[in-house]
Design a binder for this molecule. Sequence first.
Ligand SMILES: Cc1cc2nc3c(=O)[nH]c(=O)nc-3n(C[C@H](O)[C@H](O)[C@H](O)COP(=O)(O)OP(=O)(O)OC[C@H]3O[C@@H](n4cnc5c(N)ncnc54)[C@H](O)[C@@H]3O)c2cc1C
Length: 375
Amino acid sequence: MRLVIIGGGILGTAHAVAAVDRGHDVVQLEREPEARGATVRNFGLVWVSGRSEAELDHALRARALWEKIAAEVPRIGFRPAGSLTMVRTPQELAVAEAAAAGSSAEARGFTLLEPERVRALNPALRGTFLAGLHCSQDAAVESRQALPALRDHLTATGRYAFHPATEARSVTDTESGATVRDDHGRTFHADVVLVCPGDAHNGLTRELVGAIPVRRVRLQMMQTAALGEPLTTAVADGDSFRYYPGYAGSALDTLNRDQAQTPTAAEHKMQLLCVQRLHGGLTIGDTHEYAEPFAFDVDEAPYQHLESVAEELLGRKLPPIVRRWAGTYSQSLDPDTIATRAQADRHVWVITGPGGRGMTLSTVIGEDTADLLDL
Ligand SMILES: Cc1cc2nc3c(=O)[nH]c(=O)nc-3n(C[C@H](O)[C@H](O)[C@H](O)COP(=O)(O)OP(=O)(O)OC[C@H]3O[C@@H](n4cnc5c(N)ncnc54)[C@H](O)[C@@H]3O)c2cc1C
């Protein structure tokens, strides 16, 4: 079969990987000269630790697929480095204890570590904390390298072509498939068209499937200069317990009731996540904004909060901040789905809405769509 995939982010690219793996031909269109949406703005975390019980199998399968892809495409920078969620109060410690004793703790690779064991695992953590919840299943990829690396790999099969700076303007279903028209006036015929537009819920997406049950979420991020030492695991703070469904339970209820977030963290719905890039710098975030219209500029107060939490955990000054940015992702409003798949016509599907777990789950979403369409 021949597929046209619209959208050059990780969701479109993961669908291309799944289809080419199954022997099909793929043409992928990206409206920008290089994708510049959520995928290249994210942490690159393949995050198993906080997933709900219902999502856990998907997340573990997705991680295994990332590892398999990395064996063929090392340039994606997959590292099974794990994570430490750092606990600084008794209420947070209770949530970590409950997680480490939970029924899925073994599947997630959870172990609760005292400060000396935290430092043995990740010597850069020389600051103040009560404990660290280690998750051996968490991993990371280099998001900005992954897209070109995967495309090069696909191109080498001879069954894949990428068209950058090419916006899909219309998709017309026909008896034998569907035809995509781009903004250069070219047409591409396919047996199946998959539209993976990220947060572009308007334009072509709306024309094809109307208003689908998704919303946009905006996050602020930053990047430091090289740390000068390895940060051997990804690091999260106890605020992250509040945002990940995997920690729900009475200990979390107590945390939410008895321990207020700092005003800045509460106002911007913040958690600390921190991962070291291959070049040594740290990617640090994040905030969550749900009400549109979103600000076009970044707000300084959340950065000061993130710097102070990171410095408290590291027990040192952060290297200079060299980049700041914001990104938006598309999040499905249905809590029971890992992505929104909407069929526009016989041969045309729109797939988006994986939310803040889209980098993690993209590999599984691509495979599941291929199964669903019997590719
Ligand atoms: C700041 C931030 C941090 C995150 N951190 C993580 C993380 O650590 N781990 C994790 O699992 N997830 C994370 N996420 C979520 C994850 O990044 C997204 O869910 C995922 O990247 C979505 O991929 P996508 O391909 O759907 O969207 P995108 O990457 O936005 O790609 C969509 C692409 O479609 C193109 N497009 C749209 N319309 C057209 C058209 N008509 N024609 C041609 N091209 C078109 C756009 O130009 C864009 O390049 C984060 C997200 C953000 C914003």
